[in-house]
Design a protein around this ligand. Structure first.
Ligand code: HOZ
Length: 440
C-alpha cells in the first residue's frame, strides 16, 4: 500500500479518465452521487478507483484514502474481505447465473429472517431501488389502495413513485421532484416532514381509506443522517395501523448496520414490510423485500402482484451476501462499530471546536453512520438539512481528501464506518479533520 500523503495528491490519471468518461456518460458517471459537482469539483471530477483494500481506496494515481463511503453502504467489513472474495471465487467457478433456484437463496433468506423476523416471506431482487418499487406495488395490491406516504428527504431509489421530495443525489443535484415523473404518478405520493407525527396523522385523515403504505427510512441516511425522535417510529406504526395502511421500513441503508436486525431491532418496531440491499449483497448487486406472510402471498406466482427479475437471487450475490453476514452478525462487531463511530464523532467534534467551527457544526450519528452538517443544529428533518452551508461542506470535503480521507461528496449523504477501521485510521482521520476544518 502507498503511504498516506501530507501534501495535495496528484490526480493526473484520474482527470484524464474523467475527461474520457464525460464523453460517454452524463456527468462522466453511472450514478449521479459519484459526481463531485456539489463539492465544487465538477471540472476536475472524481478520482477513479484502481482498487480497494480494508479501510482504504486507492485511486489511479496511487493515492490512498480512508474510505467513509464504502460503496455507499455495503462494505461494512471494509474492501475485499478474504472470506467474501473466496466465496465469490468458489461460486464463480460453478457458474455466475442460472435463472433457476439454488439452495444459496434459501440459506441467505434464513439468515435474513433470523436477523429480521418481520420478513416472514421474502423475495431477492438486484438492488434497493427494485426492492422498494416492488414493496410498494405489493402494498398497493394487498390493500387495493393507490396512494403512498413518504417523508421529505427520504430516498427510496430512482423510480417514479418515490422521486418526490427525494433526498440523496436528487437533493444534492437539485432535482428532488425529478423531471420525467408523470404527474399522475406523483399525485399519488403524499409527503410530510420526517419526525412530524401530527403531519402524518393529518395527511392520513385527509386521504382516509386511500393510503396503501407509509414508507420510511427509520434512521434517514439520504438527507444526511437524521435520527428518529423518541416516539416517532412507534407513532408511525400506530398511525399506519389506525389508517389500515402498511408500514414499510426501508432498511436498505440501516439493515444489518445499526444492529443485526437493523433499525427495527434497534428501535423495537415490527413493520409490515421491509426492504433491504447494500450490506445484504456483500458488495454485489442484491436487494430484498419481504414481510408478513399474508401480504407476501399476494406475489406471483402465488398471487396477483407481478414482480420478476432475470438476476434476482443471483448466485454470486447470494454467496457474497452469505459470507458477509456470516462474518458480520456477531455482537462484538456491533460493539466495535459503535465504539469506532463514537470515537470518530469525538475526533470530529474536537477538530471542529479547535478550528472555531464548534458552534457551526452539528454531527448526527447512529452507530456506524453519521453526517457532519455545517449547521448550528439541531438537524431533525430535510428542511434543517437543506439550511446547512453546503459550500462549507464542499471545502471540508476537499480538505479531507487532500489529507487522505474520502467522505461522501454531498451534504445530503451519510458517512459509513467499517470494521476494517482501527487506531491507525483514526489517527489519520484526526490529523485530516483538524487540517480540513482549519481550511473551511
Ligand atoms: N443510495 C445511495 C445514495 N444514498 C447510493 C446509490 C446511488 O444513488 O448511486
Amino acid at each position: 500500500m502507498p503511504k498516506p500523503r501530507a501534501k495535495e495528491p496528484s490526480m493526473t490519471r484520474s482527470r484524464k479518465a474523467y475527461q474520457e468518461a464525460r464523453k460517454l456518460f452524463p456527468g462522466g458517471v453511472n450514478s449521479p452521487v459519484r459526481s463531485w459537482r456539489s463539492v465544487g469539483l465538477l471540472d476536475s471530477g472524481p478520482f477513479f478507483v484502481l482498487r480497494g483494500k480494508g479501510a482504504y481506496l486507492v485511486d489511479l494515481d496511487g493515492n490512498r484514502y480512508v474510505d467513509f463511503v464504502g460503496s455507499w453502504g455495503p462494505l461494512i467489513l471494509g474492501h475485499n474481505p478474504g472470506k467474501v472474495v473466496a466465496a465469490i471465487r468458489k461460486q464463480a467457478a460453478r457458474g455466475s447465473s442460472y435463472g433457476c433456484p439454488t439452495e444459496l437463496e434459501t440459506r441467505l433468506a434464513r439468515r435474513v429472517q433470523k436477523a429480521m423476523p418481520a420478513m416472514e416471506m421474502l423475495r431477492f431482487v438486484s438492488s434497493g431501488s427494485e426492492a422498494t418499487s416492488h414493496a410498494l406495488r405489493v402494498a398497493r395490491g394487498f390493500t387495493g389502495r393507490e396512494k403512498i406516504l413518504k417523508f421529505e428527504g427520504c430516498y427510496h431509489g430512482a423510480h417514479d413513485a418515490v422521486l418526490v421530495k427525494a433526498g440523496s443525489g436528487a437533493a444534492t443535484f437539485g432535482v428532488p421532484d425529478s423531471a420525467g415523473v408523470p404527474e399522475g404518478v406523483a399525485k399519488n405520493t403524499l409527503t410530510v416532514p420526517y419526525n412530524d407525527l401530527a403531519a402524518v396523522r393529518e395527511a392520513l385523515a385527509a386521504n382516509k381509506g386511500q393510503v396503501a403504505a407509509l414508507i420510511v427510512e427509520p434512521v434517514v441516511g439520504n438527507s444526511g443522517t437524521l435520527l428518529p425522535e423518541p416516539g416517532f417510529l412507534e407513532g408511525l406504526a400506530d398511525a399506519a395501523k389506525q389508517a389500515g395502511a402498511l408500514l414499510i421500513f426501508d432498511e436498505v441503508m440501516t439493515g444489518f448496520r445499526l444492529a443485526p436486525g437493523g433499525a427495527q431491532e434497534r428501535y423495537g418496531i415490527r413493520p409490515d414490510l421491509v426492504t433491504c440491499g447494500k450490506i445484504l449483497g456483500g458488495g454485489l448487486p442484491c436487494g430484498a423485500y419481504g414481510g408478513r406472510r399474508e401480504i407476501m402471498e399476494k406475489v406471483a406466482p402465488l398471487g396477483p402482484v407481478y414482480q420478476a427479475g432475470t438476476l434476482s437471487g443471483n448466485p454470486l450475490a447470494m454467496a457474497a451476501g452469505l459470507a458477509t453476514l456470516e462474518l458480520l452478525l456477531k455482537k462484538e462487531n456491533y460493539k466495535q462499530l459503535e465504539a469506532t463511530g463514537a470515537e470518530i464523532e469525538r475526533i470530529l467534534r474536537e477538530a471542529a471546536a479547535a478550528a472555531g467551527h464548534g458552534k457551526n457544526v452539528c454531527i448526527n450519528r447512529a452507530g456506524s453512520m453519521f453526517t457532519v452538517f455545517f449547521h448550528a443544529g439541531p438537524v431533525r428533518n430535510f428542511d434543517d438539512a437543506k439550511a446547512s452551508d453546503s459550500a462549507a461542506f464542499g471545502r471540508f470535503f476537499q480538505g479531507l481528501l487532500k489529507h487522505g480521507v474520502y467522505f461522501p461528496p454531498s451534504q445530503f449523504e451519510a458517512a459509513f464506518v467499517n470494521l476494517a477501521m482501527g487506531p491507525k485510521e483514526l489517527k489519520l482521520v484526526a490529523r485530516a479533520a483538524r487540517a480540513a476544518f482549519a481550511e473551511v
